[in-house]
Design a protein around this ligand. Structure first.
Ligand code: MTE
Length: 321
């Protein structure tokens, strides 16, 4: 994997605390795993909850040497238009969302379709932690320790047929709990929808996340289940998924529908193709402030080119943006 170095920047003390607590907990989990079952008490043998499984997710090599964006920035500077268009809105308003019970409807060209309770979506999956860069189309980026599992695992279980060429995703539509869905000024037609080509969906980097920083996803980050596609602009990483549809036609996506000349289906991070209204050559790595803007060069495929460039061999990425 291509690794970029990132500049150091000022971090508020409150942010350092939450990060260091997380680091210490990881050390504890590591040593607890080392002592094994011999030291387990009967209480510890009770079935682990989803939170326990998220907290003890195996750390992988992905992005391990990158400087993490503090928990506070990851969970308070968000895009989740269902709760408003300001970066602070999701944290302020997403607590209104009920995430339990949760289910995912599976439709289209697959052997196994129908409504799956979240527990069944997660059944048999082993959670792992992967540190991925998230590059927003608006020009800021973060480095985030996600917890989840490869989307490919779930797709294999659902057994798509040969007609399935794309996977379409849909976010919950529940205006009584998502105040942004009631707004008459919204540029998004609800529900929020996204899509991937089947080979992109099956790519080992593509992840379904259930946690961040060793904790279940906060609502503002897309609880209880969201997509993470690290080589694409952040808007492809659809939150709070309630529907997965296997289709033979390329699905329309929310941002493509709202401004087709500005947002394409692929939306791979590409500093060589500017957004019609701004450059994509650089990004602001959060946390970023007046005194420490922390601007770095953007990298093709967000730095994951070695793994994903073959998916687009022979394609003109200025046309397929
Ligand atoms: N998913 C839904 N349902 N609604 C949204 O508004 N915003 C997208 C994406 N997923 C969005 C969404 C955008 S533009 C970005 S940059 C990322 O979520 C932000 O993820 P984060 O807030 O967890 O950093």
């Amino acid at each position: 994997m291509l690794i970029r170095s990132s500049k150091k920047s000022d971090v508020a003390s409150s942010e350092i605390t939450s990060e260091s607590v997380y680091m210490r907990r990881r050390e504890f989990i590591g040593s607890a795993a080392g002592i094994g079952l011999a030291a387990a008490s009967p209480v510890m043998l009770a079935a682990p909850t989803r939170s326990d499984l998220i907290a003890s997710a195996a750390k992988t090599a992905y992005g391990n040497d990158e400087k993490l964006t503090p928990f506070k920035s990851v969970t308070s500077y968000n895009n989740f238009y269902e709760f408003g268009t300001e970066k602070k809105d999701p944290k302020k308003y997403a607590h209104t969302l009920t995430t339990d019970p949760w289910s995912v409807e599976v439709e289209g060209f697959a052997e196994r379709t129908g409504k799956l309770a979240l527990e069944d979506v997660l059944k048999g999956e082993t959670f792992e932690e992967r540190i991925y860069r998230l590059r927003c189309v608006e020009g800021w980026s973060m480095v985030i320790p996600w917890v989840g599992f490869p989307l490919a695992n779930l797709i294999k279980r659902l057994q798509p047929t040969s007609q399935a060429k794309y996977v379409a995703f849909e976010t919950l539509y529940r205006p009584e709990e998502m105040r942004g869905q009631k707004s008459v000024f919204s540029s998004i037609e609800w529900p929020y929808v996204e899509g991937l080509r089947m080979d992109e969906a099956m790519h080992p980097l593509t992840m379904l996340a259930v946690g961040v920083y060793g904790k279940p996803l906060p609502n503002q980050n897309g609880a209880p289940l969201r997509l993470v596609v690290p080589w694409k602009y952040g808007f492809k990483s659809i939150k709070s998924i309630v529907k997965i549809r296997f289709t033979d036609e390329r699905p329309l996506t929310s941002w493509e529908r709202s401004a087709p000349s500005e947002y394409g289906f692929y939306s791979n991070v590409n500093p060589g193709v500017d957004h019609p209204r701004w450059s994509q050559k650089t990004e602001r790595r959060l946390p970023s402030g007046f005194l420490s803007v922390n601007r770095i060069d953007s990298v093709m495929f967000n730095g994951y080119g070695e793994e994903v460039a073959p998916l687009y061999a022979g394609m003109d990425l200025t046309k397929n943006f």
